[in-house]
Write a protein that binds this ligand. Structure first.
Ligand code: PMP
Length: 411
């Protein structure tokens, strides 16, 4: 199938991803779980393999050829991330294990030194646990309040209700750009603007946004923006925290160890400059390089093309899923990413997942690490099909056939 987006040939793109050469239980692999983790193109696999085969040494401290060459490549990867999100400086890009570590870093450094009794932070109803639990853990110590910004029953973020929660007590707003559980795209620019009006900082969880849209830090004006490489067609174990330079400068370090120091005596340690102040220990060198390869790959396909292709898929999926009896879509916000989150009258989400799996269709079932939004929707779990740049309408047709089969089995 060729997408109706000119020059975006999804058949060709699928050939970049070796995983699609295999069959599952003798059926073609229908991969609809990119929101959990995306598949990897050959260029990312090659970048990782080349690095281990031909370029590998520890970085930053070695005076010899391999170490210096790989240090330069790793730092060039940081610049690739910087340019990808249009940050002002590569000092604003902290390599971390992923979004979870990035949020914990901000909670334990900025949060620990800036939040206290009488202060408030605002999260949304649809946050991933990784943007709830680190704040709760800190609240246990620092006694600030957590306010929850509501959504409506379709999953729309309620901007006016959010505005009412803001006050001079609000020190931080930590909100997702795109919900992994129900697909809502939040009005993040307005959220940031309104928070800044009361002097609050904003941390954006960009995990689910980065693979689907162009992200521009200077345009968004977020204070912190976090994401994981593995959802962006890159390796696991690497991601980034973007932070405004003047904030990062003032924040204490996160973990202590090698690389994050300038000098150490038993009496005193002085810390390294940004970004190294926040990167203790040997980093995921090859991961950073693989992540940059993934960003280059996605950029070459073009975000307008990816967006249009995924929008076509979502519209097609939304139309086709109506044909299935007893489906209830959980999350039908006005602005929606390529995620179909649903329940069925006949079967529990886990049973839906098992039946689909028998036909080689991989979807995610459960609470998607977002239990508060499941509680709000009054369901323990949903079935979630999520799209990546390599999905096509055949994938959706197979999903729909599988859902009809679920109904036949459980009727
Ligand atoms: N936020 C969102 C919206 C997510 O979807 C995820 C991953 N499911 C995370 C945060 C956490 O990302 P990671 O597990 O890569 O740290």
């Amino acid at each position: 199938m060729t997408s109706n987006v000119s020059n975006y040939n999804v058949d060709e793109i699928r050939r970049d991803f070796p995983i699609f050469e295999q069959e599952v239980y003798g059926k073609p692999l229908t991969f609809l779980d990119s929101a959990a983790s995306a598949q990897k193109p050959q260029c990312v696999i090659d970048a990782i393999s080349d690095c281990y085969s031909n370029e590998y040494a520890n970085i930053h401290r070695g005076g010899y050829f391999l170490s210096q060459a790989l240090t330069a490549k790793y730092e060039a990867s940081r610049e690739t991330v910087q340019k990808h999100i249009n940050a002002r400086s590569s000092k604003e890009i902290i390599f971390v294990r992923g979004a979870t570590e990035a949020i914990n870093l901000v909670a334990q450094t900025w949060g620990r030194s800036n939040l206290g009794a009488g202060d408030e932070i605002i999260l949304s109803q649809m946050e991933h646990h990784s943007n709830i639990v680190p704040w709760q853990m800190l609240r246990g110590e620092k006694s600030f309040d957590i306010k929850v910004s509501p959504i409506d029953e379709r999953g729309n973020f309620l901007l006016e209700d959010y505005e009412k929660l803001l006050s001079e007590k609000t020190k931080l707003v930590a909100i997702t750009h795109v919900s992994n559980a129900i697909g809502t795209i939040t009005p993040i620019k307005e959220i940031i603007k309104l928070a800044h009006k009361v002097g609050a900082l904003v941390l954006v969880d960009g995990c689910q946004a980065l693979p689907h849209m162009e992200i521009d830090m200077q345009d968004l004006d977020a204070d912190f923006y976090v994401f994981s490489g593995h959802k962006m067609y890159g390796p696991t174990g690497v991601g980034a925290l973007y932070g405004r330079e003047e904030l990062l400068e003032k924040m204490p370090p996160y973990q202590g160890g090698g690389d994050m120091i300038r000098s150490v005596t038993f009496d005193e340690t002085t810390f390294n400059d940004l970004p190294h102040k926040f990167e203790a220990g040997t980093p995921h060198i090859v991961g950073g390089i693989g992540f940059a390869a993934a960003l280059d790959y996605v950029a070459a396909l073009g975000f307008d093309n990816i967006h249009d292709h995924e929008k076509t898929l979502l519209d097609y999926g939304l139309e086709k899923i109506k044909e299935v009896d007893g489906i209830e879509l959980r999350g039908q916000a006005e602005k929606q990413a390529g995620i179909l989150s649903f329940t069925m009258e006949t079967a529990h989400p886990h049973d839906i997942g098992t039946i689909l799996d028998q036909d080689g269709i991989a979807i995610r079932t459960g609470h998607h690490c977002a239990q508060p939004v499941m509680d709000f929707m009054d369901v323990p779990a949903t079935a979630r099909a999520s799209f990546g740049l390599y999905n096509n309408t055949d994938d959706i047709d197979r999903l729909i056939d599988g859902l009809h089969k679920v109904n036949r089995i459980f009727a």
